[in-house]
Design a protein around this ligand. Structure first.
Ligand SMILES: [Zn+2]
Length: 336
């Protein structure tokens, strides 16, 4: 079969590889759509970071949907012909991912590693459930009340999904900051953000303080992964204060980091200490797949407008090249 194989930083090639092997506990899925993740871009561009290295020969792609074409002898409740999404592959050399015609899921357990796609959800939307799951996890980690102000820095797919999830649970004050024109416009048109900041033209910290009567954001979700946005996040989050009426200390807000950083950050962490601010990291969120499916099925989250490009598998190189043009790209899907 054909697959997009990693050969070194910036070098991905579509070539013939051996067909995936069916395991007794697994299934084979024919890929219908597979999304490029921001984390794939870090791997492809610089060979990964310490926690997630890239090896030559690796086939990426962990955000995919497809049709079950083979089922292992020990697998229960999963049948040929079913439309599914699956997790657990596409991040390491040993378990090739979805930038290919077929993928082997070595351990196929319904509702654990494999999820059925309802008819209402297209394959394209199915391939975006994984980033939506990350958005749900970010919302849970920040855990705002409906009155809270949440600032989201970076409106790529994770920022967009987080904003829509927060809207769906009733959070009414969402501020989005971004530098890419397409992503800014999208945050506005989908209505996921109440205030949209073009960080190239305005100071995001000032705008957030202005919008919150000088208090700061209750929760900041950092989805951009560059030193500037990290600093902004920590500087725009609400500090702790003593409430005279309640006679108690109201703790500072939360900063949730969802992005991967390619470079170290020089940073004086005193603001965290003085103002009781929580700095939290997170990744993935397997347990929230059913919630993600439900949000899309019921129309509370609309993933379709987030697809900016669709490329055939043999143009995987162009697809990766396009992803780093943040002025144009949001979610890029590859279809075999
Ligand atoms: Zn991903």
């Amino acid at each position: 079969m054909n697959a997009a194989v990693y050969h070194g930083p910036g070098d991905i090639r579509v070539e013939k590889v051996s067909d995936p092997k069916l395991e007794a506990d697994g299934i084979i899925i024919q890929i219908k759509a597979c999304g490029i993740c921001g984390s794939d871009i870090h791997r492809w561009k610089i060979g990964g970071v310490k926690e997630a290295r890239m090896e030559v020969g690796q086939v990426l792609g962990h955000e995919f949907s497809g049709e079950v074409v083979e089922v292992g002898a020990n697998v229960r409740k999963i049948e040929k012909g079913q439309r599914v999404v699956a997790i657990g592959v596409g991040l390491r050399l040993e378990v090739p991912g979805g930038f290919a015609e077929y993928v082997s899921i070595p351990l196929a357990r319904l509702k654990r590693t494999v999820f059925l796609l309802p008819d209402e959800i297209s394959y394209e939307e199915g391939a975006m459930l994984e980033p939506l799951v990350v958005g749900i996890s970010a919302a849970k980690k920040g855990n705002p009340t409906v009155q809270d102000t949440v600032a989201i820095l970076g409106m790529g797919i994770i920022g967009q999904c987080t904003a829509q999830v927060l809207k769906a649970i009733g959070v009414s004050n969402i501020i989005a900051s971004e530098i890419g024109k397409k992503r800014l416009a999208l945050a506005k048109t989908i209505g996921a953000a109440d205030i949209v900041i073009n960080a190239l033209e305005e100071d995001p910290i000032e705008r957030v303080l202005e919008a919150t009567s000088g208090v700061g954001a209750d929760v900041v979700v950092e989805c951009a992964g560059v030193p500037a946005t990290f600093h902004q996040a920590v500087d725009m989050v609400r500090p702790s204060r003593f409430d005279m009426e309640q006679k108690r200390l109201i703790p500072g807000g939360k900063v949730v980091l969802t992005a991967i950083y390619e470079r170290p950050i020089e940073w004086l962490p005193n603001r965290l200490v003085f103002y009781n601010i929580d700095l939290l990291g997170m990744m993935g969120g397997e347990g929230t797949f059913p919630a993600a499916i439900d949000l899309v099925k019921t129309g509370k989250v609309d993933l379709k407008p987030l697809i900016s490009h669709v490329f055939p598998l043999d143009q995987a190189r162009e697809a990766f090249d396009t992803h780093i043009k943040t002025d144009e790209s949001v979610k890029i899907l590859i279809k075999p």
